[in-house]
Design a protein around this ligand. Structure first.
Ligand code: 4AD
Ligand code: MG
Length: 430
């Protein structure tokens, strides 16, 4: 048995092969079945004529339902008219299991219904395209950082302290003490940066965010680089190079998937450094010109970010947000302590913030004061304060949200499809 995968089928023209997979679709006429078989790597048409497969197999195939598992054998033929350019002229079949009536038919279904069957919905071409692009984005993040001197250091998921504010913590019991699901690996990466210079973590992060928007998940994956002796401006240069690299990798390796998603790639092709940089205060002016009146100190909502991003043809950095709108660890701008040395990167086309980051406070006294002002329990931040006592240096980092980036690159209208099993407000099944 010459067992092959559909993605390699072009190498086997004229040869007899076996494909192990599932039945995606079937059309039959009196003496011939046209099966669309998928094996996870692709879809191929397998043609079974009564004369080639024999009476018994032909009858068996009549009863094979959508998503039944089966092995089909036959000769690979190049045919321009076949979907994908190749087909299998079958001479044998082994049915592994006949599937019960499949809930997801090939007609349109509502998203709520599909989310309930997420474990099965993943089998469709559109979901395959998204998951492959997601994998490519993750691979690109890692290869960019690995090749630019960053060391992978894993951050813990169970933590004693908040990084991004106490209102979005998922709490759990830790042998009688309180523990929280990590909102960000950043604080640990700061420790790692003081040990190794340039580091990053990549892992799941959690936010009990009671917001039902098309940009929020309760659980998402974040890549978080942190760099010793790097100030804000240099960090922005690294971010724009990294995002450009990721977009180019997807464009060069996942064209077919982008086509499946009918993604117009014009904007993606324009992505190249430098990205425009505007300050929060300049952003307020732009919003004002567009009829949105915000006061200094207000945070931007999703609609505001969309207006800001639409002024530019590539991602835009918004820098120097008001100190009081941002997290406790952000370093004030020495020229104006009302704002911090931070930046959010906003994606084009209404996808909102894909990166948040900035320069961290390196002064122990100021950091201690901020922890107190934010009403955070100082005991659990003692180790974090230590970093400022033993060789403190200017340092910066950022967090890139994988799902937001994938949603933009794929051109999806909701973040939920970027995660294989999304955790959303009021939905934790399947
Ligand atoms: O801006 P955030 O909250 O920044 C941090 O967590 C920093 N500690 C990161 C760092 O400097 N190391 O989150 C960073 C990114 C956002 O820009 C967004 O892409 C994503 O994480 N993100 C979410 N993605 C999906 N659902 C949510 N609820 C998200 N919250 C943040
Ligand atoms: Mg943010």
């Amino acid at each position: 048995m010459n067992q092959v995968y559909i993605e390699d089928i072009s190498k086997y023209v004229g040869e007899r092969v076996t494909i192990s997979g599932w039945l995606y679709n079937k059309r039959s006429s009196g003496k011939i079945h046209f099966l669309i078989v998928r094996d996870g790597t692709g879809f191929v048409q397998a043609v079974a004529s009564k004369s080639d497969v024999g009476e018994e197999a032909f009858e068996l195939l009549k009863g094979v339902t959508q998503e039944s598992s089966l092995r089909v054998s036959g000769t690979v033929r190049a045919d321009e008219r076949a979907p994908g350019g190749f087909e299998l002229l079958m001479d044998g079949v082994e049915v592994v299991q006949i599937a019960r009536e499949y809930p997801i038919s090939l007609k349109e279904h509502g998203v709520d219904f599909l989310m309930q069957y997420r474990h099965l919905w993943l089998r469709t071409p559109r979901q395959h395209a998204i998951m492959r692009i997601r994998a490519e984005v993750i691979a690109a993040c890692r290869s960019f950082l690995d090749n630019n001197g960053f060391l992978l250091i894993d951050a813990p998921v169970l933590t004693p302290a908040a990084c991004e504010g106490t209102t979005t913590l998922f709490e759990t019991d830790y042998f009688g003490d309180k523990a929280y699901m990590s909102q960000s690996g950043q604080l640990y990466m700061e420790a790692a940066a003081m040990a190794f210079g340039r580091v990053y973590c990549f892992g799941p992060t959690f936010r009990a965010e009671k917001s039902k928007t098309r940009r929020h998940l309760m659980e998402f994956w974040m890549v978080e680089p942190e760099m010793a002796y790097v100030e804000l401006d240099e960090s922005l240069c690294i971010q724009e190079q990294m995002v450009t690299y990721i977009v180019r990798q997807v464009l060069s390796k996942r064209q077919r998937e982008l086509q499946t998603l009918e993604r117009n790639t014009d904007i993606l092709e324009k992505v190249s450094p430098p990205f425009p940089r505007i300050t929060y205060t300049e952003a307020l002016d732009i919003l004002k010109q567009n009829g949105v009146e915000l006061e200094f100190g207000d945070d931007f909502g999703g609609g505001d970010e969309t207006i800001l991003a639409s002024q530019f043809d590539r991602p835009v950095f918004v820098t120097r947000y008001p100190t009081k709108a941002k997290a406790f660890y952000m370093k004030p701008d020495p020229d104006n302590p009302e704002v911090v040395l931070c930046a959010d990167l906003l994606a084009p086309e209404g996808y909102g913030e894909i990166i948040g980051g900035g320069q961290r406070i390196d002064d122990p006294e100021l950091l201690r004061r901020r922890i107190e002002e934010h009403n955070l329990p100082i005991e659990v931040y003692q180790w974090y304060l230590d970093l400022r006592e033993y060789g403190s240096v200017p340092h910066s980092g950022f967090g890139l949200g994988i799902e937001r980036l994938v949603a933009w690159i794929c051109g999806l209208d909701h973040i939920r499809e970027t995660s294989p099993f999304p955790r959303m407000l009021y939905r934790i099944y399947p």
